[in-house]
Design a protein around this ligand. Sequence first.
Ligand SMILES: [Cu+2]
Length: 333
Amino acid sequence: MKRRDFLKVSSAGLVTAFSGASALLGWSPRAHAATISKTFYITDATVTMITGESVYLRGFSSSTSTLNVPGESMVVQEGDTVNIKVVNTLSTPHSFVIDGMVDSGTISAGQTKNLSFTAKNPGSYLYYDKLNAPYNTMIGLHGGFAVMPLNKPNQLYSGSPTFVQQYFWIFNDIDPVWTAAIKAGRTPSTAYTPRYFTINGLGARPPGAPGSHDPNVDGLVDPRSALRGSIGDRALIRVFNVGRADQSVHTHANHMEWLTENGVKRADIWNKDCIYIEGNMGAFDAIYPFEIPSDSWPHVTTGEYPMHLHTEMSQTAGGGYYMFGAMTDIYFE
Ligand SMILES: [Cu+2]
């Protein structure tokens, strides 16, 4: 059995099949525009959560035999030609949209569409399925897309504070009753009751829990989420919330430099330890500065600190399982 097949059927409780791609978002600045090509396969799977509950999800996946929730993040440069092939392996219609850049329209069951567009307006985006809104996005059909400004290899937008590494944090919450209804082709009719809370598709596995420290299932150490750096390794975080619930994102050890809110550049950059993010496609960009934690004594340069959300339910799974929700760790190395 290939590893990716194992990931898809594993009962270890994963929400997503982490594709084993780069930890940090790979980014090499170029003097000239390039052509970037990527294929996404719209797939589905029933995954077993930490509680043992089965949950149906769909995703923009990197192969026909995986389920990637979220889809693999992409980083391109302003002016690049982006060619995206979307293969819909399911029996339901879907779409692929990046606001302001591309809209596939309906991709019918079994259909393949080739999309081509020019990357513009540097910043952070989601690619997502806009059909049957908001259900198709919520059930997993979303991923991160970044446009780097031309000739500014370390800025979010021209003139922004600089960074040396970048991450996406995509938060979601999942109501298995709703995802089952969507699977059955119905519009959910029950009160939304989120049971699972994820960052980049994963909940946390606290020490001693099954899967703890396994980057494929533990959001605390997933290299897509966990911030790692030494003093000065300023990290840009591109944050989205595709779930229903509003959240407050709290980083420990350092405040964040808050650069944008819902795609709009902030007039003043505030240093904040907590940043509010709306449900249903809320977004912000911030830089985590990797400075000596101001309250530490002696002034340590290494250590491990949490990032967590401030609603109590978001830190749980299945209505219990405290500390199995949406959180990650920040490693000063
Ligand atoms: Cu806190």
